[in-house]
Design a protein around this ligand. Structure first.
Ligand code: SF4
Length: 471
């Protein structure tokens, strides 16, 4: 996120990052400008661990940027935590990035071959080199020219001593919203960051748009034409974003309720109770219950002291976290036919365990309903399921998946159902993880660890698969 011209920028960024903690748990950081110098503080862990209260007084200033890390490119080394801060010939720049660049390996190789040294193994660092490159430095619209070299998914915020900049790739994969705070401005991945800091949502940053904010005000220009067939990440609406956010102009909770209602029409079943997988299955379960008339109840209790397990970087931690996160309320499920509503099944192990647990607690039937189509293809744009081997649904039919997780019945939302809440004039979505139709070709760097030194693209994909295992 980024803020401009606000009292105690560090405190505001802290609160905004805290509200967006669900987007990344591995590291956090911020860079704040006092008008002349940029000061950085970052580290591994959650926002409150990296900024335990008093650290913020060391970061005076009225503008800055912040980031929470969910690694989808590059390992868990400390250098990869963002923002990245670099001293260029014309002064310092800081950048923070959400998404995955699909041509990062190619650009990185070219810069390395001409003598540049990289300090991280993230894709994001190539933008630093483009900004420092004399070719772009000398150009009008230098940042826009540099951004136009990038392919794939990106929402960037940048900081100089006296300005912030924000940009979104031409396909608009990742959300990025603009708001006002007093006389100042705020940019964030999700609008849920605005309420706690008292900011007001103004609009989305558009695909291909670069916004510059400095003491002269806000200026906007298109650094690239928006892609004819936009590709906003529908998985943000299905799972990733917080229900109280506006994503691509739509309230996430309301969209998920509609998904649940449509799911009930597409896959009705006779049952006694609908139970959500908390938290992300909650809204769709409300919709399923509303449309089916089957009462909604709490069947799983979530331990809120365990973070979001889907975005944990290692298979072992994910599996242990998922085991500990939910426990069953036998009083809800014993002797009853249960409909379990979840947002997605990615790797499948947790679904299998939860169904077994429901049966142990006395459920007589377990019917699983998923508020998106089967996840059959990897994502190369910023969600960490990078190999087909990780995906339960890859190469399997619904009946085979049902047998594998041990459910009495299984129903997925159709692709038509996924688009229904938006109508004909609605956003254009990327659905590649469901249908394999990739809006931006992926030519290199196909693994999360593709830029780790000594690894080729092919071996890095294998390394990523081995490291993650099944979860
Ligand atoms: S492949 Fe799936 S998760 Fe990745 S950007 Fe597209 S819709 Fe989102």
């Amino acid at each position: 996120m980024a803020v401009f011209d606000v009292e105690r920028a560090a405190d505001v960024i802290h609160d905004g990052l805290f509200a967006q903690q669900h987007r990344g748990q591995e590291g956090a950081g911020m860079v704040v400008s006092d008008g002349q110098r940029l000061q950085l503080h970052k580290g591994p862990g959650l926002v409150q661990e990296v900024f335990p209260g008093d650290r913020l007084v060391d970061l005076p200033g009225r503008l800055g940027i912040g980031h929470v890390r969910y690694s989808t490119c590059g390992g868990d080394r400390a250098q990869n935590i963002q923002p990245l801060l670099a001293e260029c010939a014309d002064g310092p720049w800081a950048i923070a990035h959400n998404g995955n660049l699909t041509n990062a390996a190619q650009l990185r190789r070219a810069y390395q071959q001409s003598g540049s040294i990289f300090h991280t193994t993230t894709d994001s660092e190539v933008l630093v080199h483009l900004l420092a490159d004399p070719y772009y430095r000398s150009r009008i619209h230098r940042v826009g020219r540099a951004l136009a070299e990038l392919q794939g998914a990106f929402a960037f915020v940048l900081l100089t001593p006296d300005s912030i900049l924000a940009a979104r790739d031409p396909h608009g994969f990742k959300p990025l919203v603009l708001g006002t705070l007093g006389q100042g401005f705020v940019v964030a991945s999700e609008s849920c960051a605005f309420r706690p800091i008292g900011a007001r949502y103004l609009r989305d940053i558009e695909p291909g748009e670069l916004v510059t904010i400095n003491r002269d005000g806000l200026a906007s220009y298109q650094f690239a034409e928006p892609a004819a067939h936009g590709a906003q990440c529908v998985f943000e609406l299905v799972y990733f974003a917080r229900p109280d956010s506006l994503v691509f102009g739509h309230n996430v909770h309301q969209v998920r309720v509609r998904y649940g209602m449509r799911l009930a029409q597409e896959h009705p079943v006779e049952a006694d109770v609908v139970i959500p997988i908390p938290d992300s299955g909650m809204s769709a379960a409300i919709g399923y219950s509303r449309a089916s008339g089957i009462p909604l109840d709490m069947g799983f209790i979530r331990n809120h002291y365990i973070g979001r397990t889907f975005i944990m970087p290692e298979a072992g931690k994910r599996a242990t976290g998922a085991d500990r996160k939910l426990s069953v309320l036998p009083e809800t499920v014993a002797g009853r036919r249960v409909v379990v509503v979840d947002d997605s099944i990615v790797r499948g192990n947790t679904a299998r365990k939860r169904i077994a647990l429901l049966r142990e607690c006395g459920a007589t039937e377990v019917h699983v309903r998923i508020s998106c189509p089967p996840t059959r293809h990897p994502c190369f744009y910023g969600i960490d399921f990078a190999t087909s081997e990780e995906l339960l649904a890859a190469g399997r039919g619904v009946e085979e998946i049902r047998g594998s997780i041990g459910a009495d019945s299984l129903g997925y939302l159709s692709e038509e159902g996924l688009l229904e809440p938006f109508g004909a004039g609605g956003p254009r979505f990327c659905r590649a993880c469901f249908n394999g139709d990739y809006p931006v070709p992926v030519t290199d760097g196909r693994g999360k660890l593709a830029l780790e030194s000594g690894l080729t693209c092919e071996s890095s994909a294998r390394a990523a698969a081995t490291r993650k295992g099944a979860s």
